[in-house]
Design a protein around this ligand. Structure first.
Ligand code: SUG
Length: 447
């Protein structure tokens, strides 16, 4: 049976702002307190989604979360009316308020880990929302993410797991540290889990400067939950030295599609061995594009997000298929990265074409094309069970554009986060969105 790789992008929420919340993510720190443009951010994301849908790819939409998160603010001891809570928090603990206002669920690569039915012992699609415990503003996403995933992937073909327990021993950042290699999407694949440190083995190398968000123990738990047979799994360690240079997720330095791995030479610890194990697991069929440090430094990779790109198989009519690399404008703006991309297209590298997108609003918080999407491999029957209102069509695209135009502001700064009007605007927008996407009552304010 044929299968497709669908991309589900996180729609940028109405409170998108730059609060410098993610230590270890250089763009987030650099842009702290810059004014943001939520409307432009949401439209940039929608442009990319529609462009990929126009190429014939299956493109889905994941709804944003309710922010400001009054529920969490109450848990933190603020009380009274919504407006009183926002005012108290702004006065007494503005950093907590900022944490409760982030639109960070837009980076849906961190929403969950997804294992396709071809890989799992019970032949069903397994999904586990990520606990994201490394950052407070992200740790409050998991419950609503779980509800959004259940409202999107419906039916008995999908197994929705509980999030891992919220402990730093079990830090889980979802698909940003998980890739899959295969021949055809429908074939059983090799699932590559990349962890940043081991919680229980202090002998193992770990970064010295910035946190490693994903633990080996979390990845191993996902393998068990998803019923992945051992021969389908590779657990490998990210190079701690690059985490210390701003590679806070593996998808900032490596990306896969089918049997192709596109990565930097410093992506993994003991990289030559990782590559040879992968090639063995794929019975000698691994295709590798490894970019050397002399051509693109780690600093250039982090600044441009060259590897946070989407590697996509695009149907070319009777000609078969070509491989497209979707990159952010920052790659074109960096002469060394752009020269590398020209070379890869000229040579028979495995990347046929490059398409550039303006995602600057998301990029300024450290989120590139690959961060914005959750890949879900689906058979025809599974695709038919997906909530059809979440799949992008030209009509849905136009509706979502109009919805953004109607509800979103074009400028937001920290002082605006306590504005009770912003809360009202945001809730009204999300209420309307749940109707457009037919998600039911997924938000705390609707329950
Ligand atoms: O978790 N940035 C996100 C970016 C996530 C990127 N995702 C992937 N690589 N898959 C993060 O660090 C910044 C928010 C702020 O500072 O306002 C933020 O959360």
């Amino acid at each position: 049976m044929k299968a497709v790789e669908a991309n589900f992008d996180g729609l940028v929420g109405p409170t998108h702002n730059y609060a410098g919340l993610s230590y270890g993510n250089l763009a987030s720190s650099v842009h702290r307190a810059s004014p943001s443009n939520p409307k432009a951010a949401a439209l940039q994301g929608l442009e990319k989604m529609q462009a990929l849908a126009d190429l014939g790819l299956v493109q889905g939409v994941l709804a944003p979360q309710e922010r400001p998160d009054l529920y969490t603010l109450r848990r933190l001891g603020f009380y009274g009316s919504d407006a009183e809570i926002l005012a108290q928090a702004a006065k007494q603990a503005p950093r907590l308020l900022a944490n409760c206002c982030s639109a960070s669920s837009m980076w849906s690569a961190n929403a969950a880990t997804v294992s396709p039915s071809a890989d799992t012992e019970d032949g069903r699609v397994h999904l586990t929302p990520a606990n994201l415990i490394s950052k407070l503003h992200r740790s409050i996403e998991a419950d609503t993410t779980g509800r959004i995933l259940q409202a999107t992937f419906r039916g008995e073909q999908f197994v929705h797991h509980q999030v891992l327990p919220p402990s730093e021993l079990l830090g889980d950042e979802g698909a940003a540290n998980h890739s899959r290699l295969c021949r055809d999407y429908a074939d059983p694949g090799i699932e590559l889990f990349v962890y940043g440190r081991s919680a229980f083995d202090p002998e193992r190398p770990a970064p010295q400067r910035f946190p490693a968000r994903q633990t080996l123990e979390a990845s191993a738990a996902i393998v068990r939950k998803h019923r992945l047979p051992p021969q389908r799994v590779l657990l490998v360690q990210q190079n701690p030295a690059v985490i210390d240079q701003g590679v806070f997720h593996n998808d900032v330095i490596a990306v896969t599609n089918r049997n192709l791995l596109f990565c930097h030479a410093q992506a993994f610890l003991d990289q030559a061995r990782v590559i040879s194990r992968l090639d063995d697991a794929l019975e000698g069929r691994l295709r590798l594009i490894q970019v050397e440090t002399e051509e693109v430094s780690v600093a250039d990779a982090v600044a441009s997000y060259l590897f946070n790109s989407q590697l996509l198989s695009v149907a070319e009519g009777t000609l078969g298929e070509s491989t497209l690399l979707v990159v952010p404008t920052e790659c074109r703006d960096n002469p060394r990265v752009w020269t590398c991309l020209q070379r890869l297209q000229r040579e028979d590298s495995g990347i046929d074409r490059v398409q550039v997108f303006d995602l600057r609003q998301s990029m300024a918080n450290g989120g590139g094309p690959a961060c914005l999407r959750l890949r879900v491999v689906l058979t025809a029957a599974e695709l038919a069970a997906v909530n059809p209102h979440t799949l992008l069509t030209p009509l849905l695209y136009r509706r979502l554009r109009a919805w953004v135009d109607k509800h979103y502001r074009d400028r937001l700064q920290e002082a605006d986060l306590a504005d009770p009007q912003l809360l009202q605007e945001s809730r009204q927008a999300l209420d309307e969105l749940t109707q457009i996407l037919q998600l039911g009552a997924i938000y705390p304010f609707q329950r």
